[in-house]
Ligand binder design. Structure first.
Ligand SMILES: *Cc1c(COP(=O)(O)O)cnc(C)c1O
Length: 465
């Protein structure tokens, strides 16, 4: 018996020997010697643990095997930590998938500023100090009709800084029917508590009248707040106060009125059959002092919280020290600016903004795409049946879950488990996120970007192998 059979560890190469393996030398152009040695160390440590757990039964791996494992480690380490996926869920503004895909113009704007310097707080050509949010202020004013505007990290941050500015250590009057939770992580009462404003609930879950707000106003009142109940609807015997009636009360009593419209439609969404989506301009026109909405819901832009309203209030918000913690960076400003420019031209916005294109796609076009996908999958691997079906898909992103729009999906019946098939799709390259329901895997076509169809087919075929 040789020494190596008594002690399999002795047969293993040293960390340096393994890092020097000829098969790994292509890596030296991409990573430092230090990273290669570290990867070799990781693999050898893992192998030692495996051999120990195995009580010396297994024979030690060959240097070729070891080098292949090092190659896999280096490969894995060089993958981007976040990669794009194909959204086949049928939920257009999918928070788990990063909400809105951006318009090409916004992507170009990001690419330009990301790897370079950009005058975020410099007034070119004067060379004087400029204001960060002044970059998008004129566009926001133009599109909403507001006197002034500013931007923070997201709409939750917008609500937080607005309440902190107007009602810290005071009360905010809000309807019981509007104490909402969105996506689990946004609970209105929690955000309000963190802003330092005390919640003063009025009315009942299903009915709140303007007079309920008026009756609750007192010494301690800092603001009246209206919140768009984006993701649910109370039906039947209901009543809520209009923003106009709150503005009337607020003016009379000298109390500012805040309107959190949530999704923030800048264009009239009735053209998409979504009549009751509040339209930021309507709220500004009705006289709300401050109107808040998200940048990455119906605006189709980057994550941001947009605050528009009266000039003096916006100035106070911008002077609030919290602004320093909640401000946006050059990437957000570039993408938001490009997105707002698209909203300026409503006619062309449908082609330019991916979420508008998705909402607008006709059933005919979706059916044609679905048929092409179905045909490419006939008889492939574990796909037993691929059919085109009419379905319902949703806007998502804190918009009404009850409000669907007609859509088209490819329904896949697979041999074996559909969960397993979906698991393989999510692990593929690119990853595809489907819907699993009623014993089938559903590929919703409306939320797949048309230029992704070919990649989607490849990914489906790969998962079926
Ligand atoms: C979505 C939503 C928010 C939270 O906005 P984020 O941009 O996700 O922070 C706040 N209020 C309303 C009414 C919403 O719909």
């Amino acid at each position: 018996m040789t020494d190596t059979t008594k002690n399999p560890f002795r047969a293993l190469p040293s960390v340096n020997e393994l890092a020097d393996d000829a098969s790994l030398q292509a890596w030296s152009a991409k990573v430092s010697r230090g990273r290669m040695v570290e990867a070799a160390r990781q693999v050898l440590d893992a192998v030692r643990r495996e051999l120990t757990a195995d009580n010396g039964q297994a024979s030690p791996p060959t240097q070729t095997d070891l080098a292949q494992r090092v190659d896999r480690v280096l490969n894995l380490e060089s993958q981007p930590v976040l990669q794009s996926v194909i959204n086949a869920t049928g939920i257009i503004i999918h928070t788990g998938l990063g909400r809105s895909p951006l318009a090409a113009k916004a992507v170009d704007a990001i690419a330009d500023v990301a790897g370079h310097y950009a005058p975020v707080e410099l007034d070119l050509p004067e060379g004087a100090r400029g204001k960060r949010n002044a970059i998008v202020r004129p566009l926001l004013c133009e599109l909403t009709g507001a006197e002034s505007a500013t931007v923070v990290n997201n709409n939750a941050a917008a609500l937080m800084i607005v309440l902190h500015t107007l009602a810290k250590d005071r009360e905010v009057i809000v309807s019981r029917g509007e104490l909402i939770e969105i996506g689990g992580s946004f609970r209105l009462p929690d955000v309000m508590a963190n802003s330092g404003a005390a919640l003063r609930e009025v009315g009942t879950t299903n009915k709140t009248r303007a007079s309920d707000y008026a009756a609750a106003i007192g010494e301690q009142t800092g603001a009246l707040l209206k919140v768009h109940p984006s993701n649910y609807r109370i039906e039947g015997f209901t009543q809520s106060a209009s923003i106009a009636s709150l503005v009337e009360i607020g003016r009379e009593r000298g109390v500012p009125v805040i309107d959190d419209v949530g999704s923030g439609a800048l264009v009239d969404f009735s053209k998409f059959g979504l009549e009751d989506e509040p339209y930021a301009r309507q709220s500004v026109d009705a006289g709300a002092d401050v109107v808040l909405f998200s940048g990455d819901k119906l605006l189709g832009g980057p994550q941001a919280g947009i605050i528009v309203g009266k000039r003096d209030i916006i100035e106070r918000i911008e002077k609030n020290p919290l602004m320093r913690a909640l401000r946006v960076d050059k990437i957000t400003l570039a993408a938001l600016g490009a997105t707002l420019q698209i909203h300026r031209d409503v006619e062309r916005s449908t082609e330019q903004l991916p979420i508008f294109a998705m909402m607008h796609a006709s059933m005919d076009v979706l059916e044609t795409r679905a048929r092409a996908i179905t045909e490419a999958l006939a008889g492939v691997g574990t796909i037993a049946q691929a059919t085109v079906e009419q379905t319902t898909c949703y806007l998502g992103g804190g918009s009404l879950p009850t409000r669907g729009m007609p859509s088209v999906a490819v329904r896949l019946v697979v041999s074996g488990s559909e969960d397993e098939f979906a698991h393989r799709l999510r692990g593929g390259k690119p990853a595809v996120v489907p819907r699993v329901q009623d014993g089938a895997v559903w590929i919703e076509v409306r939320t797949v970007l048309p230029q992704e169809d070919a990649k989607l087919i490849d990914a489906l075929r790969a998962a079926a192998k």
